[in-house]
Design a protein around this ligand. Structure first.
Ligand SMILES: NC(=O)c1ccc[n+]([C@@H]2O[C@H](COP(=O)([O-])OP(=O)(O)OC[C@H]3O[C@@H](n4cnc5c(N)ncnc54)[C@H](O)[C@@H]3O)[C@@H](O)[C@H]2O)c1
Length: 299
């Protein structure tokens, strides 16, 4: 694992006890963060280079800040190391596209941390849509509302609300209805608990998809119930509301999906087909997020 901050430690919790995949080495430059890991069953390194030079590893799970994703991927491609990279794979579409080209050229196993693709209720919804049970899809309305805004340091390196949060919804929509994003309009909410220059606390996008469906993405960084996500799909035959990350079961869903994601990636490294999102999915989601951010009025 590269980077043992908030998300890296979430992955450690999710993967603990897996019979399929084990975190045997962690590269984390901040000594105080490394000290939180004492007692973990992994060798600790102060840098990615040291870990790659010394540790007998099969693959790397990248959990460094988003603006370091591309640099880290370049180093891992040089080391010919299969990689499971956290979203968004950079903070600009061009970075994700560059990463995809490097990975294609190297022919390396590579997966992106779009964990929604491993949530059982969303997988069932996707199958229902594919079987035509909902008919033709008028609209997919996605909601992601976090309990509280992230820390200042994270926020400064995250790319802003559409890139950091919205990529999940852009990927989720593409994956659910198998359509690509067309024109996107977006607006920042004028309301904020605490104003943050250049990065609104809540923002909303509405987009045309290639098959005629409309996508709606609603994002917020402050919600009384904690971190929640849901999607509503409206079709000509049926509709479904899927509150896939919602109390009281939100933690079980999140950590269960992270574990399935890591185990699926491990199987891919051993030769099975990729089940999760690839680098081109990341580039498509980040490209849509970037366009939504550029279109945003009112921020
Ligand atoms: N999939 C999800 O739902 C989800 C949720 C939260 C965060 N994330 C993603 O995870 C990534 C990390 O986010 P976070 O919240 O853990 O941030 P964080 O700031 O808490 O952690 C990042 C960690 O990386 C370490 N780091 C910095 N440079 C490094 C390097 N060169 N090599 C190794 N480690 C390095 C930092 O010291 C820090 O401990 C981001 O890209 C973010 O978008 C994904």
């Amino acid at each position: 694992m590269a980077g043992a901050g908030r998300m890296g430690r979430n992955h450690l919790r999710a993967i603990a006890g897996s019979a399929v995949v084990k975190v045997t080495a962690i590269a984390e430059p901040v000594a105080s963060t490394r000290s939180l890991l004492q007692g973990a069953d992994s060798a600790l390194y102060g840098s990615l280079d040291d870990m790659l030079d010394t540790a007998p590893i099969d693959a790397v799970l990248v959990c460094v800040p988003s603006d370091l994703h591309l640099t880290t991927i370049k180093r891992l491609v040089d080391a010919h190391m299969p990689t499971l990279c956290e979203k968004p794979v950079g903070v600009a579409g061009s970075e994700a596209r560059e990463a995809a080209a490097l990975i294609d050229a190297a022919g390396l196993p590579f997966q992106v941390g779009f964990w929604r693709r491993f949530v059982p209720s969303l997988m069932r919804l996707r199958e229902r849509i594919a079987r035509g049970e909902l008919g033709d899809i008028y609209a997919v309305a996605n909601f992601q509302w976090d309990g509280a805004p992230p820390g200042a340091n994270f926020r400064a390196h995250s790319g802003g609300i559409f890139v950091d949060m919205g990529v999940h919804e852009f990927d989720q929509t593409r994956w659910l209805v198998q359509q690509e994003f067309g024109a996107i309009t977006s607006v920042a909410s004028g309301i904020a608990g605490e104003r943050w220059p250049g990065d609104p606390e809540s923002a909303h996008a509405i987009a045309e998809l290639s098959g005629g469906t409309t996508a709606i993405v609603s994002l917020g960084r402050r919600f009384p119930l904690g971190d929640v996500c849901k999607v509503e799909v409206f079709g000509t035959k049926d509709a479904e509301e899927c509150k896939f990350l919602w109390p009281p079961g939100a933690d079980d869903t999140f950590f269960g999906a992270l574990r399935q994601q890591a185990e699926s990636f491990a199987r891919h490294v051993r030769g099975e087909p990729l089940q999760g999102a690839d680098a081109h999915d990341a580039a498509a989601a980040l490209g849509a997020a970037e366009r939504a951010a550029a279109q945003m009025a009112g921020s």
